[in-house]
Design a protein around this ligand. Structure first.
Ligand code: FES
Ligand SMILES: [Fe+2]
Length: 408
């Protein structure tokens, strides 16, 4: 459990110590169709991918319909009468029609609109009109094509391999053990912002694993982070757990809200501020989070390879999923979970302020991602450079390449 790599004191030693000396990557790592296809087939079709929370399916018969952009996969997740959550391709066993059209709901059974084949919530065929026309199809046996599912700490993962190379537990390794009982289930007030972007998915992932840009790009939108004593906004703690990782963004202990409107919003505890105690802070106080007790802290981000980041905030958590649909396009699914819904004018206002402030930060990152991709597609720059302080980008590039090559 304590075997993960912690960064040493001097940031200039990190990359060498971690054997992450690759200080650049070809532009094609971000722009080429071939690289995208390798990622789609050798990463997204092999790795465990987080797609939903168990709170979305509390009761037997509850289902959600998912569109997994990267693999053009249409899935339904459904909780059966036995309490199990199962995943299926939304594709009728007869001639393939998408059986379930509703985005989510509760159903006792699913009926295909074309020839009325009926499936139970366990995915098995129940009835076929004119069953004797199909002597080889067995009700109670054949059914919707299944996809492997697993649950870790309330997150539902799917795996598209015929037979996954590792169980979800093995795939998550130490990170899965360390963060296994973070109380995500206590945060159920959700705000969701799916953003289609004209960029490579790795740029957005990269933007949340380096602090270098925070004092420049987000100087105004994250005023409580910039600290003259840490001018490149180095992360005070980074942990590598095999292919997964975690990184802490600190905050400036001397910062005070200057505008009355900001103070008003922060006092409710809705904002991920540097100073004030929010009402619900169980996630941030968990012993697995912030092992060095950095204070003040803005967030600790848990990076689950390949496309998930969970940011533990002072007032809840953010769950990012990055879904590429080509080298130059992606969906950034942003899900924010807070511990309570607003319950007064003041808390309504505070939440709106927090969301507006987050929107500015995210829009800054999105716009850089799009400008970066346009700059790279232009074709003049042969290699992007990773600084010593961008060692998490090196780690991710190396992990991704190793995974594609079957080395991790
Ligand atoms: S395609 Fe579904 S019943 Fe025919
Ligand atoms: Fe950013």
């Amino acid at each position: 459990m304590n075997g993960f790599t912690r960064i040493p004191e001097s940031r200039w030693l990190r990359s060498r110590d971690l054997k992450l000396e690759e200080s650049s990557a070809p532009a094609s790592f971000y722009t080429s169709q071939e690289q995208f296809e390798l990622e789609r087939e050798q990463v997204f079709r092999r790795a465990w991918l987080s797609v939903a929370r168990v709170e979305e399916l509390p009761n037997a018969g509850d289902f959600v319909n998912l569109d997994i952009l990267t693999l053009k996969a249409k899935l339904i997740l459904v909780r059966g009468d036995d309490g199990e959550v199962r995943g299926f391709h939304n594709s009728c066993a007869h001639r393939g029609v998408m059986v379930v059209q509703k985005e989510k709901g509760n159903a006792a059974q699913f009926r295909c609109p074309y020839h009325a084949w009926v499936y139970g919530t366990d995915g098995k065929l129940r009835t076929i009109p004119g069953a004797d026309m199909f002597p080889d199809v067995k009700c109670g046996h054949d059914g919707l094509p299944p996809v492997h599912t697993g649950i870790w700490n309330g997150f539902i993962f799917v795996n598209f391999a015929k037979e996954p190379e590792e169980s979800l537990e093995e795939f998550l390794g130490e990170a899965g053990v360390l963060f296994s009982d973070l109380p995500f289930e206590d945060y159920n007030h959700e705000l969701r912002f799916p953003q289609p972007l004209a960029t490579n998915w790795k740029h957005i992932s990269n933007a949340f694993t380096e602090g270098y840009h925070l004092g420049f790009l987000h100087k105004n939108s994250l005023p409580f982070v910039f600290d003259r004593e840490n001018p490149l906004t180095d992360y005070p703690t980074v942990r590598f757990m095999g292919r997964h990782s975690a990184n802490i963004t600190g905050a400036n202990s001397k910062w005070q809200p200057t505008k009355p409107v900001m103070r008003f919003a922060l006092e409710t505890g809705f904002a991920a501020d540097a100073e004030l105690e929010p009402a619900g802070k169980k996630l941030m106080d968990h012993p697995a989070i912030n092992p060095d007790r950095i204070d003040p802290i803005m967030e600790e981000a848990i990076n689950i390879f390949p496309n998930t980041q969970i940011q533990v905030l002072r007032n809840g958590y953010l769950w990012y999923q990055y879904w590429p649909s080509g080298p130059n396009e992606m969906l950034w699914d942003v899900r924010l979970f807070l511990d309570r819904a607003p319950h007064s004018f003041r808390t309504e206002f505070a939440e709106a302020s927090y969301v507006a402030a987050s929107r500015d930060v995210l829009a800054e990152d999105s716009s850089m991602g799009e400008l970066q991709q346009q700059g790279l597609i232009s074709g003049g720059l042969e290699r992007v450079k990773y600084g010593e302080n961008e060692f998490m980008l090196r780690h991710f590039a190396q992990t991704l390449t190793n995974y594609i090559e079957g080395k991790v």
